[in-house]
Design a protein around this ligand. Structure first.
Ligand SMILES: NC(=O)C1=CN([C@@H]2O[C@H](COP(=O)(O)OP(=O)(O)OC[C@H]3O[C@@H](n4cnc5c(N)ncnc54)[C@H](O)[C@@H]3O)[C@@H](O)[C@H]2O)[C@@H](O)CC1
Ligand SMILES: Nc1ncnc2c1ncn2[C@@H]1O[C@H](COP(=O)(O)OP(=O)(O)O)[C@@H](O)[C@H]1O
Length: 295
């Protein structure tokens, strides 16, 4: 029997975790690698990377194909950039052990995401690292049972409704069904079942975001009623969330902690900015939200 899911709220414990120690240097806050797609498709990864940097990762590098290098370089400053064209390129960049968190999927394209997943999760792959898997990485995972089976407990999957149905079609079907007898299958039940099957943290997005760990721990981040954030329904908001999680993983947060804090801060940023919000406003609102928390 599982305990009731907890509702994520502002807490002293979360604020303490978010604080940076005065004596720390940038490598103490970790180095996140965000993989980008090719030319014309780099925006989503740039949004994620900006989110990872603003949430406090010490360094954030975008892994970009040579063909998109100029496009990305012309739009980034504090973010770093390294060319990664293929599996060998990724392997070589990951020889640097200081890269301690990854973000895969936003704008990557399903083929490039699948290649990267093979390096990270496939046989003879690199040392496993905390990893956020979003967007095209989820679609790639849905098409490859072996890779799905190789997910480890430091991964965080961040599906929206469409991606959830692709990854877990049977669970999504039950979620949609009218209950014929007994209680309905809820989003909490569905996310818990998904996390158990995947063997890692699953964050199922929406106005009621549910986050579950394989051991049954579960939390709800509600953006409804007096905490409604309807302007989050905008292209790229999820890419920023993936970056927030990767940034916190780089800072050493455990996967459940990272997913919960990121989801809560994401809604706080949207509410603090207010109507007219677009995705790039979310990372830029974090300093105001952090100041209000007393960081
Ligand atoms: N600025 C950018 O560069 C952006 C790039 N994006 C990238 O575009 C690619 C495709 O992502 P998409 O998510 O659009 O496409 P997908 O095709 O993967 O998923 C969208 C489909 O799922 C369905 N769906 C069902 N429930 C849904 C829900 N709750 N929320 C959203 N869709 C739901 C939709 O109807 C739609 O048919 C990804 O690589 C993504 O990262 C998007 O994130 C938007 C912003
Ligand atoms: N109506 C809404 N109210 C609150 N949050 C929402 C709403 N619609 C979407 N969101 C949030 O916005 C983000 C959208 O992510 P996603 O669907 O992946 O978009 P994208 O792929 O364009 O980045 C998620 O974090 C989701 O929880």
């Amino acid at each position: 029997m599982f305990s009731q899911p907890r509702h994520i709220t502002r807490s002293a414990a979360m604020i303490d975790l978010l604080r940076k120690r005065p004596e720390a240097h940038k490598f103490d806050h970790g180095h996140a690698l965000v993989l980008s797609g090719g030319p014309g498709q780099t925006g989503a990864a740039r949004l994620a990377a900006r989110g990872a940097l603003r949430i406090g990762a010490g360094l954030v590098t975008l892994g970009v194909p040579h063909s998109a290098q100029m496009e990305v370089a012309s739009q980034t400053t504090a973010l770093m950039l390294t060319p990664i064209d293929d599996a060998d390129g990724l392997r070589s960049v990951l020889e640097d052990d200081r890269i301690n968190a990854l973000c895969l999927g936003p704008g990557m394209g399903v083929k490039r995401a699948a290649e990267a997943l093979e390096v990270l999760l496939g046989e003879g792959g690199v040392k496993p690292r905390p990893t956020t898997l979003d967007a095209d990485a989820l679609t790639a995972l849905a098409g490859d049972a072996a890779l799905f089976g190789a997910l480890h407990d430091r991964c965080v999957l961040t599906p929206h409704g469409g991606e959830f149905a692709r990854l877990f079609p049977d669970i999504a079907k039950r979620l949609r069904e009218e209950p014929m007898s007994g209680p309905a299958h809820s989003k909490v039940d569905a996310t818990r079942e998904a996390a158990k099957r995947a063997g890692c943290t699953v964050l199922f997005k929406g106005p009621d975001t549910v986050i579950a760990a394989p051991d049954g721990r579960c939390a709800i981040n509600a953006a409804q009623y007096d905490r409604a954030a309807p302007w989050l329904a905008t292209a790229g908001a999820g890419d920023v969330l993936a970056g927030f999680i990767a940034g916190l993983l780089a800072r050493g947060f455990a996967p459940m902690q990272a997913a919960q804090a990121a989801a809560w801060l994401h809604v706080e940023c949207a509410r603090s900015f207010g109507p007219g919000l677009i995705a790039e406003d979310l990372p830029e609102e974090l300093p105001r939200v952090f100041r209000a928390l007393g960081l």
